[in-house]
Design a protein around this ligand. Structure first.
Ligand code: UFG
Length: 328
């Protein structure tokens, strides 16, 4: 029996496929390659180029392969773009997931683990954030991810399917072997942008907002290594296989670092001065986002291995310095 990874050519998906294969699992990857890369797919995974909104292609795959469970990463994930092109997010994230769930129900596949996000919380009522805290997304990306969670919940009630939603905080780092890593176009995430400076691709890094009510005025985030995220997906799938109930989990280290602190970490990892330029706040950024990872620890037995941001930034730097143009 195989595990089907949708969006397995993307950043977190490709790392999860590596973890699964390193754990001896049989893996099928499906990806439309709109933002993912064929080269990011582990050579031992069977690959299908398909879009999850294409029901006939999904049916064909489920008929041909013996799928025991699904891990679903296939979604659009840029906050800024979701505000200027919301219908793209409704179409890809919600129509895509509806089509996938219909195909799963039709083919009797009853377990799914999928990517959700800290963006479902919006401006948090407190930190660390618990899964039971208020969910009030402030951007369309978070809104579609919350709607995906609800879609799963109603489908679970009606059709006996079980799901785990994993709400990632700030995914970063790269596989420690340096073969795969983060490659977004355009890049909007802090760590890869910082590392473009020592890579000679930009002159400075912008600090978006220096007047937040935080220890140094810049935003605080919970940075979690992509390999730790990847392992959580395997634990979640095993939890469902052992009969676990549908549930939602935060994935973070439970510790926050400011933008300025992350720039300092990158300076010490790379040995480059990395000039920083203070700029206005970016619209929609909450001041502080820190996860409580307690529930994932208790229920899934998940414990992040990468608790030092220096190690996370080192892995990211190994990848970016060795692949300045990503997978191109
Ligand atoms: N930042 C800068 N300069 C930059 C880029 C980012 O100061 O050049 C700041 C941002 O303002 C923010 C922090 O660095 O305060 C982290 O920004 P990222 O864009 O790397 O990550 P976000 O926290 O905005 O986004 C993450 C996930 C999203 C998710 C969101 C939830 O990447 O998928 O958390 O709020 F939706």
């Amino acid at each position: 029996m195989a595990i089907l990874v949708l969006g397995g050519a993307g950043y977190i998906g490709s790392h999860t496929v590596y973890e699964l294969i390193e754990a001896g699992r049989e893996v099928i990857v499906a990806d439309n390659l709109q933002t993912g890369f064929r080269k990011a797919v582990h050579p031992k995974a069977r690959f299908y180029e398909l879009d999850i909104r294409h029901r006939a292609a999904l049916d064909e795959l489920f008929e041909k392969e013996n799928v025991e469970g699904v891990i679903h990463f296939a979604a659009s994930s840029q906050v800024g773009e979701s505000m200027t092109d919301p219908l793209k997010y409704y179409d890809n994230n919600l129509c895509g997931t509806a089509c996938l769930l219909q195909a799963m129900v039709a083919h009797g596949v009853d377990k799914i683990v999928f990517s959700s996000t800290a963006a479902v919380y919006g401006e948090p009522e407190r930190v660390p954030i618990l899964e039971s805290d208020r969910t009030e997304p402030t951007n369309c990306y978070g809104e579609t991810k919350l709607a995906m969670e609800k879609m799963m919940s109603w489908t679970a009630r009606a059709h006996g399917l079980r799901y785990v939603a994993l709400r990632y905080f700030n995914a970063c780092g790269a596989h420690p072997d340096g073969l795969i890593g983060e490659a977004h176009s355009p890049e909007t995430h802090l760590i890869p942008l910082i590392l473009q400076v020592p890579n000679g691709q930009r002159k400075s890094i912008s600090v978006f907002g220096t007047d937040y009510d935080t220890r140094d005025g810049s935003c605080i985030r919970d940075y979690i290594h992509v390999s730790d995220l990847a392992r959580a997906h395997i634990l979640a799938l095993d939890y469902l296989t052992e009969g676990g109930e549908s549930d939602v989990f935060n994935l973070g280290n439970g510790v926050g670092f400011s933008v300025r602190e992350m720039i300092d970490v990158a300076r010490s990892v790379t040995g480059h001065p990395i000039p920083a330029v203070e700029e206005a706040r970016r619209a929609g950024d909450p001041a502080v986002l820190i996860a409580s990872g307690k529930k994932a620890a208790e229920v899934l037995g998940w414990k992040p291995v990468y608790t030092r941001v220096e190690d996370i930034v080192s892995d990211a730097w190994r990848w970016h310095s060795g692949h300045p143009h990503g997978f191109e």
